[in-house]
Write a protein that binds this ligand. Sequence first.
Ligand SMILES: [Zn+2]
Length: 632
Amino acid sequence: MENIRIQDDLYNYVNGAWLETTVIPNDRPTTGGFADLDVDVEKTMRAELEDMIAKNTYPNDCLKNACKLYSAAIDVKRRKREGIRPALPALKRIEKLNTVADLNRHLKDFALDGMPLPFSFSIEPDMKNTDAKLLYLQGPSTILPDTTYYKPEMEQQKTALLGMWQNMVKAVLAKTRLSEEEQNAYIADAIAFDAVIAGIVKSSEEWSEYTKVYNIISMRKAVSALKPLKFSKLCKDLFGEAPAKLSIADPRFLDNFGKLFNEDTFVQYKHWAYINLLLSCCSLLSEELRDLGSSYRRALTGVAQMPCVEKFAYRLAAGTYSEPMGIYYGDKYFGQAAKADVVEMVKEIIETYKTRVAKNDFLDPATKDKAVLKLSTMKIKMGYPDKAEAIYDKLVFDENASLLTIVSTLQRIKREDDNAKFYAPVDHNKWAMPGHMVNACYDPTSNDITFPAAILQAPFYSIKQTRSQNLGGIGAVIGHEISHAFDNNGAAYDEHGNMNNWWTKKDRANFKAKTKAMIKEFEGIVLPAGPVNATLTVSENIADNGGMAVTLDIMSRMKGASFEEYFVNWAKVWCMKAKPEYEQLLLNVDVHGPHILRANMPPRNFPQWYDTFGVTKKDKMYIAPNKRVVIW
Ligand SMILES: [Zn+2]
């Protein structure tokens, strides 16, 4: 590793020694950077819950319930004793279905209980009127991680993965009362049903253009396409009244629904649903079933061992009571001083962004004004919310029930609550991420950015780090999230979060050309795990580039700025070692590029990179000035 020069490979220069010696834990697909912070948060919060339980004192009822759920989940003896039994009533509900009419009779409860249906839907803001909600309809997910795996050129991988899936299902079905013959028939039917789904639903690359999920159709049209299912009645049962219109997120799916689901394919559906339901229950049954039921996913991500029962119990509790947990974490571990400091940084970055937009050379003044307006109205959610949403108070359960029953009950309460609010205005104060999550996001339909407390730590951010380091860490990430307001997707939404074209034709064409240039910059790159999909990752690559542009701008005006510290910390935050299987999976499904590219691609577009390290034509991290891409 000593031979690596920063001019050739920033990522390995900074992280190489670590990458060589670090071992990925057996129960995780990655280690380093984000994953390390996540492990720390998990350790901290798990100890907190265990402490509350030991002392039998709780800061509030929500955390008391979270602790109760944690205790129910770590009770392995009880789960072992019960075996598959807690799942039998739900499986029976599927077994009892003989015709489509039977399913129609139970459709409402199937939807409320999250039973597998031949379609799925979500309630999201109406992209053209984001104060109101809209139903977005789409197909079920496929067994393989993406539709591309079903293409002839992926035949080998497809066979291998489906084989692994079948082995898992066989082992799980053996725990039921089905005969071996029935088990085989169920599996064959599920695979046949899945093959049809794979042929009619979107790929990850198609989903990455999220403006394309907005395709308004009338309820009448949806009802006719979803026949023989009684969709309008289902909506009436769930929302009190069926909406007049909805969005079909995946039009190809709806057009072909008749091919997937009809009286003739009903048995296939039934067996597919049976297996899917059973698999979704596994993690809440015995440890043996939790292990079996996660084997396919683990094979896909290269994880040898499932997380221990304490980690599993913690994740279940933290996921179910996420907002109260995040508030507790934020309150205790993220100080007000740090919050004020980071908010200041965000404001400065937004102001700098405005100046950059005003100076930019490919937009008309009217379009620039609109972009600046979008920046001026952008809302900042920093750390954690003041108060958890009311729904968390409603998440109560009977401690004597099985873990599966407890979780099913809680999920149904959540769904009922969401459905009851279908006609209520969108709550833009809602937080997209809880305080203990190591992540950040931009929401185009609210025009807001969220930075949970958990990401506001070193190497991203620390009061103890230099300002240059913080700008190369959290600063560039803040700039990244802001840039999502202006990436190839975000650019379609206005300052209120409505999908609304605020661009002139000419500006739009210029922007498209720049987007293409960004795709070109990543095209043809092949890593040891496989080729990079430049189209799938373009919005994230635009955001990384924008985040770097705006923070380098601040650095250039800053007294005592160290560009070396900036770039080194930038490379540090992307430090990650992953299982090869997981790297392959991400290349196929993740809109984010591989970390080595996130570290090494953006710098080479900026003069500061060349000036700081004397990078020239002879170095690997050089690109000719006319090929450099800077959009924002
Ligand atoms: Zn992003």
